[in-house]
Design a protein around this ligand. Sequence first.
Ligand code: ATP
Ligand code: MN
Ligand code: MN
Length: 381
Amino acid sequence: LATPEKVLRTQMPSYTCQRRTPLNHHNSTLTDALEILARAAFFQSSEVRYLGFTRAVSTLKSLPFKLQSAEEAKDLPWCGGHCKTVIQEILEGGVCREVETIKSNEQYQAMQLLTGIYGVGVRTAERWYQEGIRNLNDLKNTESKLTVEQRTGLQYYKDLQQPVTREEAERVEQLVKDALLRFSPDVQITMTGGFRRGKLEGHDVDFLITHTNESALTGLLENAINWLKSKGLILYYHMKKRKHTSHAVSSLMDGHETYYTICALPSSSSQNTDLEVKPHNFVAAEQMACLKSQISKGWRAVRVDLVVTPHAEYPYALLGWTGSKHFERELRRFSLHEKKMSLNSHGLYDTEKRCYLPAHSEEEIFKHLGLTYISPSDRNA
Ligand code: ATP
Ligand code: MN
Ligand code: MN
């Protein structure tokens, strides 16, 4: 007789966007291990293996109970082959040899460290590794070779390594709102990314900016950025606006006006006393030192992404910038392969009917795609 768990296992849909993926799930020992294998594949630019492991991770995150045996994994999408071996080793012995080997591998460790610097991708990190660079000190001695972005990443490395808390994200939101409302009283500002999905911490804070009157958006973000800059609240930024051509050239990179920034977030007035009153016993010494230095300088560096979208594209941009990255990738793959539609942060194009499908909400986009609506907190794939 099929148990309810077996039914769930055998009926799990294969695309991530067809199921819920909550933030907290039941299989983190397995997903932690598989995520390391995914990252190692990513560092080796092995896209196929990277996607394979990432899909297995996302399946396990969707599973509403703890997997008990590797035998059970065979019913689950993307969990066969190599992944099944890993799952079996961990469920039976607690650890996977391959994962442990990767974790102690010098190149993996260096790649992890170097790609953790803002502005450094896999290819750059790989080249540096081949040149003998292993840590931040090695890098500081070759500073001339760095781009402005990378030099900034190195300069604020400690702050940027420290996760942004929800409380900090809300203070960033206040700063961004204050700046934008100065120039346009009716502008709409939405926090997107991981925080919209309910995460308690993030590597940055993401915002989507729109206005019912499109002309009000012209120059708006530029003005707000300049104002923040004049107050010393922007440490670095670069703007990207790609020419958005057509859906025929389906691309993952979207063309909205986007500012990638590093802000100087002033410490909150309560932060000082917080640290004195309750010493963070559980905070590692290094993190503690970082916190203290932030308090003495009165601010911390925070990565902030700001995106401007015309009002008609807002639901698509909201869906595109809420993430997670893997959820987005799966949505686009599902659209194209199952529905012959091309989805990005600007719109949805039906390649057979040759028309764009307008939407007023995220719900409508899911409806266009014939998918059950998945709320942001269930998009943590
Ligand atoms: P974290 O908490 O670590 O920041 P996150 O989910 O917010 O996690 P981000 O890298 O900030 O991750 O990206 C947020 C979302 O924005 C992602 O889902 C990604 O798909 C989307 N995104 C990021 N960069 C672009 C871009 N250039 N064009 C379109 N979408 C993007
Ligand atoms: Mn983010
Ligand atoms: Mn971001």
